[in-house]
Design a protein around this ligand. Structure first.
Ligand SMILES: Cc1cc2nc3c(=O)[nH]c(=O)nc-3n(C[C@H](O)[C@H](O)[C@H](O)COP(=O)(O)OP(=O)(O)OC[C@H]3O[C@@H](n4cnc5c(N)ncnc54)[C@H](O)[C@@H]3O)c2cc1C
Length: 608
């Protein structure tokens, strides 16, 4: 085991520290450089409410070869919804088709971090790689945009990096100061990082281990800042924002083939199947964006059977633990576990999520974690926590597949760049893949720019304005909204519910609270989580929640937070949703059975 860093690394560290020091002094001298203002901008008029799914379907069925949409987006994850919002705000006539539910793919299964990628900055310095630096810079810039766009769903999150070797304190401090500098240069500072003594670290993160099993003592820690989000709700909110600005967005409708012009070979539309009614129809469009994440190659090969695959699917597993594992507002990162992987432990929606990244997997829409992954996370955590880490504490398990873009020279997925790529197929379809949640807006901007370049007949009315648009629920949101809800609805809600509603719905929390009082739906769906019955009705009528699974996984996050709570809530959710949507007894039974089947993917497959 090597205790001291090599002379070469120390020399590099010296240069890096000097450079950072100089830039940091400059930035500290001019603090205005570190903040960014977003002037409100008048864009497309916005309707207060999104049209119903049925209204949207009628509009979709109304197209023809002579009356096509300007843009049709396939895929309602973060990237696809971002594309629909971008193109709509440019004044184009846009439709979006999602095969399952908005955010039902990778976009609900992330670590929920809005980040520049500290690891990529390390690579940028040690490999002298300007592209990696550009990537971090771009993501840090987007980090600020996202937090500004939806402050009810996103927040800054201090993250502690514990150091068990003496040299790690100056080493990581220098690295994270460099992160601060890149953030400042991108006008995206949240808070500057700081170094802590071992005693201070233990005070701020009481469950941290003072000594590793190897005997190494805690020497100190570095605290740096990134952002955090409620990923699926943010995704749904992007879809709703696009819809309120005029995009026609429809979930549970799958694209089964592309329609082509026989003379030019260009794609002129898609054939779809509504999975809720089994109806099939065609939708015509002048241009098409493929934003189907891990399924990207499936759509590309619908257009061209010989298209070479470009995505490298890479899976990451997370588990949910009770709140007492982490302080309310501090994450923990272990940059290198025994086998070299990164492990995060993050407080999220009142619980703690922990996870790791990167194993190559086959693509499926319902990936499931293996017991070995859960074991690995628990074992890695137990080295770094003073607390006994128990398998019985695991409340939920989930797995997500990253749609990484292929770098032909890379040998494994961990070396694949997190950069996004935009490709234009021979059929004219624009494919956007790779990247990460944090950069969804920039990915969408690049995809729509490429689409416009490739379709000179499309005439946008406005330039890209997504940097300044506020998302659904953010318009009159204030950080003290939870207090108003708690004050006005103290007869029906406790503080935890008031906080949950303000952060989940932003300025719509008042509407949900009103429903709760008027319809006598203020009860929690399960005592362990602050999700109340009124949310089921609100989501069914206002947020395109079409199935019980949509509600339990993407509108509320019950399945991610506590599987047992989600299972217990199923009958009541069926009842409220069934009454709202006038479901038959047969449909209610089918929904209940499907919810129970789907929830199984929040458990790990047992070891053989
Ligand atoms: C474990 C893990 C952790 C991560 N953590 C972070 C993080 O902390 N921060 C971060 O910035 N990024 C993170 N990421 C990356 C991020 O989650 C993804 O880059 C992002 O969610 C991808 O979004 P997407 O819209 O491209 O894909 P998806 O969310 O997968 O969306 C694609 C959509 O296309 C739909 N679709 C597919 N085929 C069809 C069809 N034929 N017809 C209609 N629709 C179709 C699917 O149903 C799906 O909803 C993480 C990824 C993973 C796997």
């Amino acid at each position: 085991m090597r205790l001291l860093p090599s002379r070469r690394s120390l020399k590099r560290l010296g240069y890096v520290t000097l450079g950072i020091g100089a830039v940091a002094m400059f930035v500290n001298q001019y603090p205005f450089l570190t903040t960014r203002s977003f002037p409100p901008q008048a864009i497309q008029p916005m309707n207060h409410d999104a049209p119903s799914r049925q209204e949207n379907i009628s509009k979709l069925r109304d197209t023809s070869q002579t009356h096509p949409y300007d843009v049709l987006v396939i895929g309602g994850g973060a990237t696809g919804c971002g594309c629909a919002l971008d193109a709509t705000l440019r004044g184009l006539h846009v439709a979006l088709i999602e095969g399952d539910d908005f955010a039902s793919g990778t976009s609900c299964r992330s670590t929920k971090l809005i980040h520049g990628g500290v690891r990529y900055l390390e690579k940028a310095f040690f490999n002298m790689d300007i592209n990696q630096l550009k990537l971090v810079y771009e993501a840090l810039r987007e980090r600020t945009v996202m937090i500004h766009q939806a402050p009810h769903l996103c927040n800054a999150l201090p993250t502690m990096l514990p150091c068990y070797k003496w040299w790690e304190v100056p080493f990581y401090y220098a690295g994270l100061k460099a992160y601060d500098v890149v953030a400042a240069a991108s006008f995206g500072t949240l808070e500057n990082s700081s170094a802590l003594t071992a005693g201070e670290a233990a005070l701020q993160f009481p469950t941290i281990a003072n000594r590793l099993p190897t005997g190494q003592q805690l020497m100190g820690a570095i605290v740096y800042y990134d952002g955090q989000m409620n990923d699926a709700r943010l995704n749904v909110s992007i879809a709703l924002t696009a819809a309120t600005h005029g995009a026609v967005v429809v979930n549970h409708t799958r694209v089964s083939r592309l329609l082509k012009d026989p003379t030019t070979g260009r794609a002129i539309g898609v054939h779809v199947k509504d999975n809720l009614t089994n109806e099939e129809y065609d939708i015509y469009a002048k241009s098409i964006i493929n934003a189907t994440g891990p399924m990207t190659d499936e759509i590309r090969q619908m257009g061209d059977k010989s298209a070479q695959p470009i995505t490298v699917p890479s899976a990451g597993v997370h588990i949910t633990l009770p709140d007492y594992y982490s302080p309310k507002n501090k994450a923990l990162i272990v940059p290198k576990t025994k086998d070299g992987r990164v492990v995060f432990m993050v407080p999220w929606l009142g619980q703690t999520i922990a996870g790791t990244t990167d194993t190559v997997v086959p693509v499926t829409h319902e990936p499931r974690a293996k017991e070995a992954d859960v074991k690995f996370i628990l074992e890695s955590l137990s080295d770094y926590l003073a607390l006994d880490v128990k398998r019985s504490d695991v409340q939920s398990v989930w797995c997500g597949i990253r749609p990484l873009a292929r770098d032909p020279s890379a040998k494994n997925s961990a070396n694949v760049l997190r950069e996004h790529s935009v490709l234009i197929g021979a059929d004219g379809v624009v494919t956007i893949t790779g990247g990460k949640w944090t950069t969804y807006r920039k990915m969408a901007e690049d995809a729509v720019n490429a689409l416009l370049e490739n379709n000179p007949n499309l005439k946008p009315l406005f330039p890209c304005t997504t940097e300044t648009v506020k998302l659904f629920g953010a318009h009159t949101y204030t950080p003290f909204l939870f207090a108003s809800v708690a004050q006005n609805y103290r007869d029906i809600f406790d503080l935890e519910v008031a906080e949950h509603l303000a952060h989940s719905y932003g300025d719509r929390a008042e509407v949900v609270s009103h429903i709760a009082r008027q319809q006598k739906l203020s009860k929690r769906l399960d005592d362990r989580l602050p999700v109340v019955e009124a949310e089921v009705l609100y989501a069914s009528e206002n947020e395109y929640a079409e199935t019980v699974v949509d509600f339990l996984t993407r509108r509320s996050r019950m399945a991610f937070l506590n599987l047992d709570s989600a299972r217990k809530a199923v009958p009541r959710v069926v009842q409220i949703m069934g009454d709202a949507k006038k479901w038959s007894t047969k449909r209610r039974r089918a929904e209940e059975a499907e919810a129970m089947r789907y929830l199984e993917i929040f458990t790990a497959t047992p070891e053989k």
